[in-house]
Design a protein around this ligand. Structure first.
Ligand code: ATP
Ligand code: RI2
Length: 193
């Protein structure tokens, strides 16, 4: 496909959604941020997503209306199949992805750019509590995912030759967004004929 998929992943609270919003605001029209379908209430704080019931999600998934889909944190997440049309038209497309789904994403889109967003661990809980979208119990469950997820897959990504960068968002959001945009621009300009 002529476009470039940018798959942003990282722990809950690392700032994926904030970074994507920043970059989408600053970037040109060939850069698209995919709006996700999530079985989360439409009233939830934060991310602008399509809110679906579990039954609606399952029906869309069965009809093949997602380019990618996964379950995590008690929720189902889907990236609409329009992703493939955008990539086919040559756009750079940003996706808020899951670490647990990353290897499947690489299999489907081998030329994707994987960006792992990291922050100092002690900041994660603080930022999630301040965001206030989940209860303290749900936040603890989200953070426990960081110890159970297999992090060796990042090593495998490098060995497979997948384009993979780590982006630190421990400091201010603007600096991290600039670094992300620079990374995307360096990869997409490499793709120019
Ligand atoms: N650099 C930063 N400095 C201070 N606060 C930040 C920074 N980046 C993000 N935040 C804040 O941290 C909280 C978590 O950020 P965000 O929702 O973007 O994370 P996320 O990785 O998308 O999390 P999740 O996977 O749980 O949706 C938000 O309240 C956001 O405003
Ligand atoms: O823990 P991992 O597998 O990386 O991610 C799981 C899911 O959680 C986050 O979504 P949100 O916090 O519900 O918006 C991610 O974006 C991903 O979809």
């Amino acid at each position: 496909m002529p476009g470039q998929l940018v798959y942003i992943m990282g722990p809950s609270g690392s700032g994926k959604d904030s970074l994507l919003q920043q970059v989408a605001q600053r970037a040109d029209t060939r850069l698209h941020l995919m709006k996700r379908c999530i079985t989360r209430s439409a009233e939830s704080e934060g991310e602008d997503a399509f809110s679906l019931s579990p039954a609606e999600f399952d029906a869309m998934e069965a009809r093949g209306e997602f380019a990618m889909s996964w379950r995590a944190n008690g929720l189902a997440y889907g990236i609409p199949a329009t992703l493939d049309a955008l990539l086919g038209q040559g756009h750079t497309v940003l996706v808020n992805g899951s670490r647990a789904y990353c290897e499947q994403a690489v299999q489907r889109y081998p030329s994707l750019l994987v960006v792992l967003v990291q922050v100092q661990p002690q900041l994660l809980m603080q930022r999630l509590l301040l965001r206030g979208r989940e209860s303290p119990e749900e936040i603890a469950q989200r953070l426990s995912r960081n110890t159970t997820l297999d992090t060796a897959f990042t090593q495998r990504l490098r060995e497979q030759g997948t384009r993979f960068v780590i982006l630190d968002n421990s400091s201010d959001l603007q600096s991290a967004a600039t670094a992300l945009l620079n990374t995307i621009e360096s990869v997409t300009s490499l793709e120019q004929p």
